[in-house]
Design a protein around this ligand. Structure first.
Ligand code: CP
Length: 311
């Protein structure tokens, strides 16, 4: 049976540790893995725009000696999914031709169904609910900066979206406390919050929600934010900008955190909205380490899921 990364809960603490350990070695010694996916093909499907995810998967699979088929799910040169072919039939077809499937899409159920019927490892490259590849790259960046993740406090400022959900779930798996600071109107999904809090209780960490960013960032090692208007939310853009104004990360917010705190953002960023330019372009920002680590963390993940490296 194939192992997948449908969401962060597919990896336990030991498995996250293994991905990060391998990702750090991949980054230090990429030459050791040049033939890891020799003769293997990976379908990388996009139903939404992407810069980092697309480039990191395509380059990463190439650097592992594999072949990436980068596909769009719709449009005149897209897959038949765009004309209504079912996920079931797409999964059954791709599973007979490729060795793994990576997909960025809207509905989490698309990822779950591909995994159910494809017969090959499936990786969630962002859905409306989760962004687990981003969270792995973020953990790698935090590990690099602090030399540990255990005992750190991460504060996510903004809407309780897919990135927030993945950070909430990965926090307990790496020993970090996570606070989501958001307006009540855009709180994280209640079921995902409950799962993250149950995992945190078992791990001896915490996952909480605050509506006061200035208070939440006290003692924080990581201040994280994301775009206020996620893909597919254009109709709500004005309302979101107004409601999230009080959750902007600026110099005053950074000054209230630990003196060695870092600023993180999954990108793309909107300077002057969720973060001020002096913070994202300043010395505490590690946003491009996060972006680069997408490459290394996903190479590690694919090798493990595809059996090219032991867990
Ligand atoms: N962070 C992230 O997923 O970037 P892209 O949308 O550019 O892939």
């Amino acid at each position: 049976m194939s192992m997948h990364l449908r969401s962060d809960v597919d990896l336990n603490a030991a498995q996250v540790k293994r991905v990060i350990e391998l990702a750090l070695n991949v980054k230090a010694h990429p030459e050791q893995y040049r033939k890891a996916l020799d003769g293997k093909s990976v379908a990388v499907i996009f139903a939404k725009q992407s810069t980092r995810t697309r480039v990191s998967f395509e380059v990463g699979i190439f650097e592992l000696g594999g072949h990436a088929l980068v596909l769009t799910s719709g449009g005149s040169s897209g897959m038949q999914m765009g004309r209504g072919e079912t996920i079931h039939d797409t999964a059954k077809t791709l599973g007979r031709m490729v060795d793994a499937i990576v997909i960025r899409t809207y509905a989490q159920s698309d990822v779950d169904e591909l995994a159910l019927h494809g017969g090959v490892p499936v990786v969630n490259a962002l859905t409306d609910d989760y962004h687990p590849c981003q969270a792995l790259a973020d953990v790698q960046a935090i590990q690099e900066r602090f030399g540990r993740t255990q005992g750190l406090k991460l504060v996510y400022a903004g809407a309780g979206n897919n990135v927030a959900h993945s950070l909430m779930l990965i926090g307990p798996r790496v020993g970090m406390d996570v606070v989501v600071a958001c307006p009540a109107s855009v709180a994280p999904n209640a079921a995902i919050l409950a799962r993250a809090q149950a995992d945190a209780k078992e791990a001896g960490t915490s996952v909480t929600v605050s509506h006061d960013l200035a208070d939440a960032v006290k003692g924080a090692h990581v201040i994280y934010t994301d775009t206020w208007v996620s893909m597919g939310q254009d109709a709500d853009a004005q309302r979101l900008r107004e409601e999230l104004q009080a959750f902007q990360v600026n110099a005053k917010i950074m000054a209230a955190a630990q003196p060695d705190a870092v600023f993180m953002h999954c990108l793309p960023a909107h300077r002057g909205e969720e973060v001020t330019a002096d913070v994202i372009d300043g010395p505490q920002s590690i946003v491009f380490d996060e972006a680069e680590n997408r490459l290394h963390a996903q190479k590690a993940l694919l090798m493990l899921l595809m059996g090219a490296q032991p867990w």
